[in-house]
Design a protein around this ligand. Structure first.
Ligand code: COA
Length: 170
Protein backbone atom coordinates (compact mmCIF):
# COMPACT_ATOMS: atom_id res chain seq x y z
CA UNK A 1 0.00 0.00 0.00
CA UNK A 2 1.39 3.39 -1.01
CA UNK A 3 1.09 5.83 1.87
CA UNK A 4 1.73 9.49 1.06
CA UNK A 5 1.92 12.27 3.67
CA UNK A 6 0.92 15.91 3.12
CA UNK A 7 2.21 17.92 6.12
CA UNK A 8 1.35 21.45 7.16
CA UNK A 9 -0.18 23.68 9.79
CA UNK A 10 -3.45 24.25 7.86
CA UNK A 11 -4.51 27.26 9.96
CA UNK A 12 -7.05 27.03 8.34
CA UNK A 13 -7.25 24.84 5.23
CA UNK A 14 -7.77 26.65 1.92
CA UNK A 15 -8.87 25.70 -1.59
CA UNK A 16 -5.16 25.67 -2.44
CA UNK A 17 -4.58 22.96 0.15
CA UNK A 18 -7.63 21.05 -1.13
CA UNK A 19 -6.20 21.16 -4.65
CA UNK A 20 -3.02 19.47 -3.40
CA UNK A 21 -5.00 16.99 -1.24
CA UNK A 22 -7.23 15.93 -4.17
CA UNK A 23 -4.28 15.53 -6.54
CA UNK A 24 -2.09 13.87 -3.89
CA UNK A 25 -4.89 11.39 -3.13
CA UNK A 26 -4.72 10.19 -6.75
CA UNK A 27 -1.05 9.33 -6.26
CA UNK A 28 -1.65 7.27 -3.12
CA UNK A 29 -3.61 4.34 -1.76
CA UNK A 30 -3.78 6.33 1.47
CA UNK A 31 -3.07 10.06 1.80
CA UNK A 32 -2.41 11.25 5.34
CA UNK A 33 -2.84 14.99 5.90
CA UNK A 34 -0.47 15.51 8.84
CA UNK A 35 -1.42 18.55 10.90
CA UNK A 36 1.30 20.13 12.99
CA UNK A 37 1.64 22.92 15.50
CA UNK A 38 4.26 25.13 13.83
CA UNK A 39 6.18 26.65 16.77
CA UNK A 40 7.14 29.64 14.61
CA UNK A 41 3.50 30.64 14.03
CA UNK A 42 0.75 32.01 16.26
CA UNK A 43 -2.32 29.99 15.24
CA UNK A 44 -5.89 31.32 14.99
CA UNK A 45 -7.38 27.83 15.32
CA UNK A 46 -6.46 25.10 17.80
CA UNK A 47 -5.11 21.81 16.48
CA UNK A 48 -8.49 20.16 17.13
CA UNK A 49 -10.31 22.95 15.27
CA UNK A 50 -7.96 22.73 12.28
CA UNK A 51 -8.54 18.98 12.12
CA UNK A 52 -12.33 19.46 12.28
CA UNK A 53 -12.15 22.05 9.46
CA UNK A 54 -9.97 19.76 7.32
CA UNK A 55 -12.24 16.76 7.91
CA UNK A 56 -15.28 18.78 6.80
CA UNK A 57 -13.48 19.93 3.66
CA UNK A 58 -12.33 16.46 2.62
CA UNK A 59 -15.32 14.16 3.33
CA UNK A 60 -15.65 13.44 -0.42
CA UNK A 61 -12.18 11.83 -0.50
CA UNK A 62 -12.36 8.26 0.75
CA UNK A 63 -8.61 7.56 0.94
CA UNK A 64 -7.72 10.72 2.88
CA UNK A 65 -7.13 10.80 6.64
CA UNK A 66 -6.47 13.81 8.84
CA UNK A 67 -3.95 13.06 11.60
CA UNK A 68 -2.18 15.36 14.10
CA UNK A 69 1.57 15.11 14.62
CA UNK A 70 4.31 16.55 16.75
CA UNK A 71 8.07 16.27 16.38
CA UNK A 72 9.95 15.49 13.21
CA UNK A 73 8.19 14.77 9.94
CA UNK A 74 10.57 11.88 9.22
CA UNK A 75 9.57 10.15 12.47
CA UNK A 76 5.89 10.54 11.53
CA UNK A 77 6.66 8.96 8.14
CA UNK A 78 8.37 5.98 9.75
CA UNK A 79 5.56 5.49 12.29
CA UNK A 80 3.02 5.42 9.45
CA UNK A 81 4.90 3.27 6.96
CA UNK A 82 5.28 6.18 4.52
CA UNK A 83 8.25 7.14 2.37
CA UNK A 84 6.66 9.85 0.27
CA UNK A 85 5.79 13.44 1.13
CA UNK A 86 3.75 15.65 -1.16
CA UNK A 87 3.91 19.45 -1.05
CA UNK A 88 2.54 22.24 -3.20
CA UNK A 89 4.63 24.92 -4.87
CA UNK A 90 2.74 28.18 -5.38
CA UNK A 91 5.55 30.32 -6.73
CA UNK A 92 9.32 30.40 -7.15
CA UNK A 93 9.48 32.01 -3.72
CA UNK A 94 8.25 28.75 -2.14
CA UNK A 95 10.99 26.74 -3.81
CA UNK A 96 14.04 27.77 -1.78
CA UNK A 97 12.43 26.93 1.57
CA UNK A 98 10.85 23.72 0.29
CA UNK A 99 14.13 22.56 -1.26
CA UNK A 100 15.89 23.10 2.05
CA UNK A 101 13.19 21.19 3.95
CA UNK A 102 13.20 18.34 1.44
CA UNK A 103 16.98 18.05 1.63
CA UNK A 104 17.03 18.24 5.44
CA UNK A 105 14.34 15.56 5.67
CA UNK A 106 16.11 13.31 3.19
CA UNK A 107 19.36 13.74 5.12
CA UNK A 108 17.52 12.36 8.17
CA UNK A 109 15.67 9.63 6.20
CA UNK A 110 17.44 8.79 2.91
CA UNK A 111 14.74 6.32 1.81
CA UNK A 112 12.12 9.06 1.53
CA UNK A 113 11.16 11.29 -1.39
CA UNK A 114 9.39 14.64 -1.56
CA UNK A 115 7.08 15.20 -4.55
CA UNK A 116 6.21 18.79 -5.46
CA UNK A 117 2.93 19.55 -7.18
CA UNK A 118 2.61 22.89 -8.95
CA UNK A 119 -0.39 24.66 -7.47
CA UNK A 120 -3.15 25.55 -9.94
CA UNK A 121 -2.63 29.16 -10.94
CA UNK A 122 -5.91 30.40 -9.45
CA UNK A 123 -4.65 29.33 -6.00
CA UNK A 124 -1.11 30.66 -6.27
CA UNK A 125 -1.74 33.74 -4.10
CA UNK A 126 -3.71 31.98 -1.35
CA UNK A 127 -2.22 31.36 2.07
CA UNK A 128 -3.74 30.67 5.46
CA UNK A 129 -2.52 34.12 6.53
CA UNK A 130 -4.55 35.78 3.75
CA UNK A 131 -7.65 33.85 4.85
CA UNK A 132 -7.10 34.82 8.51
CA UNK A 133 -6.66 38.50 7.61
CA UNK A 134 -9.95 38.50 5.70
CA UNK A 135 -11.71 36.64 8.54
CA UNK A 136 -10.47 39.13 11.14
CA UNK A 137 -12.04 41.94 9.17
CA UNK A 138 -15.30 40.12 8.48
CA UNK A 139 -14.64 39.70 4.74
CA UNK A 140 -15.81 37.01 2.33
CA UNK A 141 -13.63 33.87 2.12
CA UNK A 142 -15.96 31.78 -0.06
CA UNK A 143 -13.61 31.93 -3.07
CA UNK A 144 -10.63 30.87 -0.90
CA UNK A 145 -11.98 28.11 1.38
CA UNK A 146 -14.28 25.13 0.61
CA UNK A 147 -17.88 25.78 1.76
CA UNK A 148 -17.94 22.70 4.04
CA UNK A 149 -14.87 24.07 5.84
CA UNK A 150 -16.40 27.57 6.06
CA UNK A 151 -19.44 26.09 7.82
CA UNK A 152 -17.15 24.76 10.58
CA UNK A 153 -15.11 27.99 10.72
CA UNK A 154 -18.30 30.00 11.18
CA UNK A 155 -19.45 27.61 13.91
CA UNK A 156 -16.10 27.95 15.69
CA UNK A 157 -16.00 31.72 15.42
CA UNK A 158 -19.62 32.00 16.52
CA UNK A 159 -20.70 33.67 13.30
CA UNK A 160 -18.51 35.52 10.85
CA UNK A 161 -19.73 39.00 11.85
CA UNK A 162 -20.08 39.57 15.57
CA UNK A 163 -20.96 43.20 15.07
CA UNK A 164 -17.44 44.54 15.46
CA UNK A 165 -16.17 42.90 12.27
CA UNK A 166 -13.44 41.27 14.33
CA UNK A 167 -13.15 37.65 15.43
CA UNK A 168 -11.15 38.62 18.49
CA UNK A 169 -8.65 35.92 17.63
CA UNK A 170 -5.05 36.10 16.48
N1 COA B 1 -2.24 26.34 -1.23
C1 COA B 1 -2.47 27.33 -0.37
N2 COA B 1 -1.61 27.68 0.62
C2 COA B 1 -0.50 26.95 0.72
C3 COA B 1 -0.19 25.91 -0.15
C4 COA B 1 -1.13 25.61 -1.16
N3 COA B 1 -0.92 24.62 -2.02
N4 COA B 1 1.00 25.40 0.21
C5 COA B 1 1.42 26.10 1.25
N5 COA B 1 0.52 27.04 1.56
C6 COA B 1 0.60 28.04 2.62
C7 COA B 1 0.35 27.51 3.99
O1 COA B 1 -1.02 27.62 4.35
C8 COA B 1 1.20 28.42 4.82
O2 COA B 1 0.51 29.64 5.01
P1 COA B 1 0.81 30.57 6.28
O3 COA B 1 2.29 30.86 6.30
O4 COA B 1 0.00 31.76 6.00
O5 COA B 1 0.37 29.77 7.47
C9 COA B 1 2.40 28.73 3.95
O6 COA B 1 1.96 28.50 2.64
C10 COA B 1 3.61 27.90 4.23
O7 COA B 1 3.27 26.53 4.14
P2 COA B 1 4.27 25.42 4.65
O8 COA B 1 5.64 25.77 4.20
O9 COA B 1 3.72 24.10 4.26
O10 COA B 1 4.28 25.65 6.20
P3 COA B 1 3.36 25.01 7.26
O11 COA B 1 3.52 25.80 8.51
O12 COA B 1 1.99 24.84 6.76
O13 COA B 1 3.98 23.54 7.45
C11 COA B 1 5.64 21.90 8.09
C12 COA B 1 5.33 23.36 7.79
C13 COA B 1 4.69 21.35 9.14
C14 COA B 1 5.47 21.07 6.84
C15 COA B 1 7.10 21.83 8.56
O14 COA B 1 7.31 22.86 9.51
C16 COA B 1 7.46 20.50 9.19
O15 COA B 1 7.59 19.51 8.52
N6 COA B 1 7.68 20.51 10.51
C17 COA B 1 8.03 19.31 11.26
C18 COA B 1 9.40 19.42 11.90
C19 COA B 1 10.42 18.90 10.95
O16 COA B 1 10.44 17.74 10.62
N7 COA B 1 11.26 19.83 10.47
C20 COA B 1 12.25 19.52 9.50
C21 COA B 1 13.48 19.00 10.13
S1 COA B 1 14.84 19.59 9.34
Amino acid sequence: MKVVVYPGSFDPMTKGHLDIIERGAKLADRLIVAVLVNANKMPMFTLEERIEILKAGTTHLKNVEIVPFTGLLVDFLKQNGARTVVKGLRAVSDFEYELQMAQANRDLYPEMETIFLCTNVQYSFISSTVVKDILRHGGDISHLVPQEAINIIEKILGGKDNGSGSTGRN
